[in-house]
Design a binder for this molecule. Structure first.
Ligand SMILES: NC(=O)c1ccc[n+]([C@@H]2O[C@H](COP(=O)([O-])OP(=O)(O)OC[C@H]3O[C@@H](n4cnc5c(N)ncnc54)[C@H](O)[C@@H]3O)[C@@H](O)[C@H]2O)c1
Ligand SMILES: [Zn+2]
Length: 681
């Protein structure tokens, strides 16, 4: 690029970045994804590095972006509020550490404080003589917005500092500061964010793209009573100007802040060995999915304040700290179309067909749209740019449209009135969000899903059968209900594409073996609503045979530990239907074992005497498969966490069970940890 071209590109980049900053920081409503934004910023940095003469002090690389909005009084920060330099890999972190060593001298003794980077917005809280007097946003780093009245409504922000009487820590100042500016993050928990968006959508209001924008948008309200109604939280991670006491390290500062009554994250750590810093970051990245809030990375800080001052600031980032960024979890892309899927129980769910987009290194083409109301309330239209979230191992879903990016070509979408697979009119029970195809016995789409479920690993585990085969057999009319699998003849499969003699023999042998699976797995395979592995085992243990279960009355079922009224009602309802009774008889006639006598194949005794509780979504195993695995290795699975629980196995979006486990100090495993216990990995 020639010099004028470079200058022009730099100008373009700055203009684009400023425009995106305005939507992000002032309106709290981004119009591009962070990845797109970061790419522009990286390009600008690279051009400026190659042409330092073109750097201007107002370039977005040189100062914190964001302009204080006019509805707030302005606050001049006595000490600028900075951003953080980014690292994406271990190599980046090592390069940062080397630079620090170079600047401080190779023989310097360095301690590091590692803190989670909770994704919210930075604020500064000023306390004079122990009382909260002013709170400000970061703004452009020099001038922020006065949001004191709004901050006063947040419960976790103390209005007066705690007296230090009860604290006897020789490393901490014994007095209160005459003046202290406490810096930290206002954030919103993931579950609160989702509830807030649902509430806003139901009221026809604009939703937020992510928890960070939700926190910023909720704090930056003209009317503090709106802020008060939002579930905002605060945690403190540093200080600005301090008078009357001297703080000499980040670690001491955090403990002092805690003593003064500020919430400080429990997971902050101090290390002197950089290898431990790296290990801790890795450990955290793995825990990310189990946290109740969004953490977009880890912040690593040089502990010693004198060393911090020596290192100083470059542009908008302190040299003494760095943010290790975790892979992205959301992106923006075009919604090309909406299709619907018919599930095993007839529930019809909308599915977003997306312009392929990378999220955290994975290409996402489809995402859930939950249900009809979700689409209608959020006014999601075909052709919209949408925010797609892919957190952990949960199915990616559409958060909402990017309204500011519409050009008028978007089309509203109507939920179908009839089942796309069988043409029956769709029905919706009052109070339910889901539309259903109630043509249970005829609908081919439901049948395919039922067959898929029946043959899955947690049910009858028929190797060689999967979605494709289920679709094929249903389409050819070879399978009209799940029992038909046991009546398949080799000659029916001969000549089908991909079905050679060997494959046919293997498949039929696998089907034959499935006649003798333990009863609870047959019950799981039937797909009774609310009956998974745990309930199925409880039924078998209590009643012993399928006939006894089938003929049990509601009250009898409710007596069984682990079977509540809803589950009991669902079981009674299932077996009251003549088509289900007929199916059972057909299975019986095919020689499928229906009493509890079959011995489960024990794989090992690795988990003997251990009790497990499963929570959240695991990356590869379904709930049934995980239970089955645990049981086949001698363990037990129960539904609720107690002191008797040996392990909680937690996946993405784990809820109160995980919290309970942490409270009781019960070890928590992820899927890999479970497999390791069994020796499978
Ligand atoms: N999509 C868009 O249009 C758009 C526009 C502007 C910025 N952005 C995104 O915003 C980010 C840049 O924002 P930024 O300048 O606020 O930087 P940043 O969020 O990457 O890091 C700095 C911030 O981290 C926060 N933080 C959390 N925990 C902390 C801790 N323990 N110690 C210190 N700080 C902590 C503070 O609020 C601090 O201001 C980029 O990732 C960019 O993608 C996106
Ligand atoms: Zn149908």
């Amino acid at each position: 690029m020639s010099q004028p071209d470079v200058a022009q590109r730099i100008a373009e980049l700055r203009a684009l970045i400023r425009r995106y900053d305005y939507h992000y920081y002032v309106l709290d409503d981004p119009i591009v994804s962070d990845a797109e934004y970061d790419a522009l910023m990286a390009e600008l940095r690279a051009l400026e590095a190659a042409h330092p003469e073109l750097i201007t002090p107002d370039s977005p690389t040189q100062r914190v972006s964001g302009t204080p909005a006019s509805q707030f009084a302005k606050v001049q920060h006595p000490q600028p509020m900075l951003s953080l330099g980014n690292a994406f890999t271990t190599a980046d972190l090592l390069a940062w550490r080397d630079r620090v060593l170079r600047l401080l001298g190779n023989d310097a003794t360095i301690a590091y404080v590692v803190e989670p980077k909770i994704d919210g917005l930075a604020i500064a809280l000023t306390y004079r003589d122990g009382r909260f007097v002013q709170g400000a946003t970061r703004g452009d780093g020099e001038v922020g917005e006065d949001v004191t009245a709004n901050l006063r409504t947040i419960g976790s922000i103390p209005l007066t500092l705690h007296p230090l009487d009860g604290i006897h820590d020789p490393d901490l100042p014994a007095e209160l500061p005459a003046l202290i500016e406490v810096r930290g993050e206002i954030y919103i928990r993931t579950a609160d964010f989702e509830a807030l968006n649902n509430r806003l959508a139901a009221a026809g209001e604009r939703i937020f793209a992510n928890p960070r924008n939700a926190a910023a948008g909720s704090l930056r309200q003209k009317d503090p009573s709106i802020t008060a109604a939002r579930p905002l939280r605060f945690f403190a991670y540093g200080v600005g100007p301090v008078e009357g006491v001297t703080l000499t390290s980040q670690w001491q500062t955090l403990r002092y802040l805690r003593a003064l009554g500020f919430p400080v994250n429990q997971d902050v750590r101090r290390f002197t060995d950089f290898a431990e810093v790296l290990a801790y970051c890795e450990e955290w990245m793995a825990r990310r999915d189990t946290l109740p809030y969004e953490a977009d990375g880890m912040v690593i800080k040089i502990d010693d304040v004198a060393q911090q001052n020596e290192l100083g600031v470059v542009g908008r980032d302190p040299r003494w700290a760095i943010a290790l960024k975790f892979p992205a979890r959301e992106a923006m892309t075009r919604l090309l179309d909406i299709t619907v899927n018919v599930g095993r129980t007839g529930v019809v769910t909308p599915n977003a067909e997306l312009e392929p987009v990378q999220i955290g290194g994975v290409t996402v083409r489809n995402a859930s749209l939950h249900n009809a109301d979700y689409i209608a309330q959020r006014d999601i239209r075909i052709g919209d740019y949408v925010i797609v979230k892919r957190a952990g191992d949960v199915i990616p879903y559409v958060v909402g449209p990017v309204v500011a990016r519409r050009d008028g070509s978007e089309r509203p979408w109507q939920f179908p009135t009839h089942c796309p697979a069988c043409g029956s009119p769709l029905e919706r029970e009052p109070g339910e969000a889901a539309w259903r195809c109630n043509n249970f016995s005829i609908c081919p789409a439901q049948l395919v899903r039922r067959v898929e479920h029946f043959v899955s690993r947690g049910a009858l585990d028929i190797v060689g059968m999967g979605e494709k085969q289920a679709e094929l057999f249903v389409q050819l009319g070879l399978v009209r209900d799940v029992a038909d699998l046991f009546y398949l003849k080799p000659e029916q499969l001969e000549g089908l594409e991909g079905f050679g003699p060997k494959r046919i023999a293997n498949l039929l042998a696998a089907i034959d073996a499935a006649r003798h699976r333990p009863l609870d797995r047959l019950i799981v395979g039937l797909g009774i609503r609310y009956v998974g592995t745990v309930a199925a085992q409880a039924l078998v243990n209590a009643l012993g045979s399928l006939d006894a279960i089938m003929n049990a009355r509601q009250e009898e079922l409710e007596q069984i530990p682990g079977i509540g009224p809803v589950v009991a009602a669902s079981i009674v309802d299932f077996f009251a239907r003549p088509e289900n009774r007929a199916l059972i008889e057909k299975l019986r006639a095919a020689g499928v074992q229906m009493d509890g006598g079959t011995q489960r194949e024990r794989q090992s005794d690795a988990l003997a005497g251990k009790t497990f509780v499963l929570t959240g979504t695991l990356p590869s195993l379904t709930r049934e498969q995980a239970s089955e695995l645990i049981i086949s290795h001698g363990g037990k699975v129960t539904d609720s966490v107690s002191k008797k629980t040996s392990y909680v196995v937690a996946g993405a979006n784990a809820g109160s069970k995980l919290a309970k486990a942490q409270q009781l100090g019960i070890p928590v495993l992820d899927e890999a940890g479970l497999l390791a216990l069994i020796g499978e990995r």
